[in-house]
Design a protein around this ligand. Structure first.
Ligand code: UDP
Ligand code: MG
Length: 336
C-alpha cells in the first residue's frame, strides 16, 4: 500500500511518535465526505465528537474531505479544524464525487480502524460505536445494513430493486441494502487503497476483497439539513458503475443473443430456400437471396460482437488492475 501511495504522490504515513499516554491507545479514523453541507456540518461534528467521547479508550482522527463544495462548507470546516486538533481537512479543487472523496479520505487515514460515514447524520454516529465493538470482537470489516430508511418512496423502491438486480448479475457477492457506511480494519483499509480504478463503486470493491465481513442492522435517519447531493444523474452513474464494474453480464448477453439469432437465421434460411425450391410460383424473384444473405449476416454480426465483447471483457479486467488476491496475514514458523 505504501508503494501505491508513493506512486500517486501521497505522503507515506510515518508511524507518528505518539505521546507517552496515548501510546497504548488505538487510533480510529473517521473518513467524512462533505459536499455542500454548510447547513448541517457543525451540528454533525458536535454530534460525532460527543458520541466518541463515550469511548475515551481510543484516540481519534477526523478526516473531512471537502468535495468542491460551493456553499462555504470549507470555511466552516476550517473553523472546526481550528477548534479540534484531531481534525484534518482534505480540500478538493473541484467536485469529484462521493466515491472519490471517500477514496481520498482512505488514502489519508492512518488509524487501526477506519470508519467511513456520511456527514448529514443519516448514518448515526452511535452506530459507529457498535462497529468499533464488532471490530474489537474480531470483525475485519463491519457493514452497516439499512433495516429501514426514511427516503422518498421512489428512492426506496429504486434502491431496493437495484440492489437485487446487482446481486443477481455481479461476479462478487455484494450485500443488499448496504451503502458506504462501514468500518475497515487497518489491513482491509490498506488493501482497499490498492484499488485504483477510475469508475469507482466502493461497496463492490469491498465485497471483492473478502475478509471477515460482519453486518450491523441500523435504521437510517433523515437528513438533518440540506437536501440529497445525489440527483438522478449521479445516482444513475453510480448504478451503472456498479453493474459494469462488477459484472460482464451485459457482454455475455450479446454472445447469447448471437447464438440465438444465428440459430433463428438458419431456420429462416432453410425456410426461404425450401420455399424457393418447392413453391417457386409464390416467391417473389430475388426474395430468397435477400433473405439468406440478410439473416446470415445478421446472425454472424451478432455472434462476432459477442466474441469481440468477450475480449473487451478481458481487456477491461486487465486495465482495472485490481489486486490478484488479498492476503490477510503470512504466518511464520516462530509465530505459529
Ligand atoms: N457527497 C460528496 N460528493 C458528492 C455528493 C455527495 O462528498 O458529489 C457526500 C455528502 O456530503 C454526504 C455523502 O456524500 O456526506 C452522501 O451524500 P447524500 O447524503 O447526498 O446521499 P444520500 O444519502 O441522499 O444517498
Ligand atoms: Mg444522505
Amino acid at each position: 500500500a505504501d508503494a501505491i501511495r508513493h506512486e500517486v504522490g501521497l505522503p507515506v504515513p510515518q508511524q507518528q511518535p505518539r505521546s507517552e499516554d496515548a501510546e497504548a491507545k488505538q487510533l480510529i479514523s473517521y473518513v467524512l465526505p462533505v459536499y455542500n453541507e454548510a447547513e448541517g456540518i457543525k451540528h454533525f461534528h458536535s454530534e460525532l465528537t460527543s458520541t466518541v467521547a463515550q469511548r475515551p479508550e481510543f484516540s481519534y482522527e477526523f478526516l473531512y474531505v471537502n468535495d468542491g463544495s460551493a456553499d462555504g462548507s470549507l470555511r466552516i470546516l476550517q473553523d472546526i479544524a481550528k477548534n479540534d486538533s484531531r481534525v484534518r481537512v482534505v480540500d478538493f479543487a473541484r467536485n469529484f464525487g462521493h466515491q472519490i472523496a471517500i477514496t481520498a479520505g482512505l488514502d489519508h487515514a492512518t488509524g487501526d480502524a477506519v470508519i467511513v460515514m456520511d456527514t448529514d447524520l443519516q448514518d448515526p454516529p452511535k452506530v459507529s460505536l457498535q462497529m468499533i465493538d464488532a471490530w474489537l470482537a474480531g470483525a475485519e470489516i463491519v457493514q452497516a445494513r439499512r433495516r429501514t430508511r426514511r427516503d422518498t418512496p421512489f428512492k426506496r423502491f429504486t434502491a431496493h430493486a437495484y440492489y437485487r438486480l446487482l446481486r443477481s448479475c455481479a461476479d462478487v457477492d455484494i450485500p443488499v441494502d448496504t451503502g458506504d457506511f462501514r468500518l475497515l480494519n487497518r489491513r482491509a483499509a490498506e488493501e482497499l487503497r490498492t484499488f485504483r480504478e477510475r469508475s469507482r463503486f466502493i461497496r463492490g470493491m469491498v465485497a471483492s476483497m473478502g475478509f471477515e465481513q460482519q453486518e450491523l442492522l441500523f435504521d437510517r435517519d433523515e437528513r438533518v439539513a440540506g437536501e440529497t447531493k445525489y440527483p438522478m444523474r449521479k445516482m444513475l452513474r453510480l448504478a451503472a458503475d456498479g453493474v459494469t464494474g462488477f459484472s460482464t453480464a451485459p457482454l455475455k448477453l450479446i454472445t447469447r443473443m448471437g447464438f440465438v439469432s444465428l440459430a433463428l437465421a438458419m431456420v429462416g434460411i432453410i425456410y426461404s430456400i425450401t420455399l424457393r425450391l418447392f413453391f417457386p410460383e409464390i416467391t417473389v424473384s430475388g426474395w430468397t437471396m435477400l433473405m439468406v444473405v440478410m439473416l446470415f449476416l445478421g446472425g454472424l454480426q451478432m455472434l462476432s460482437l459477442g466474441v469481440i465483447g468477450s475480449y473487451i471483457g478481458r481487456i477491461y479486467h486487465e486495465v482495472q488492475q485490481r489486486p490478484l488476491y488479498t492476503v490477510r496475514d503470512v504466518i511464520r514458523h516462530d509465530e505459529a
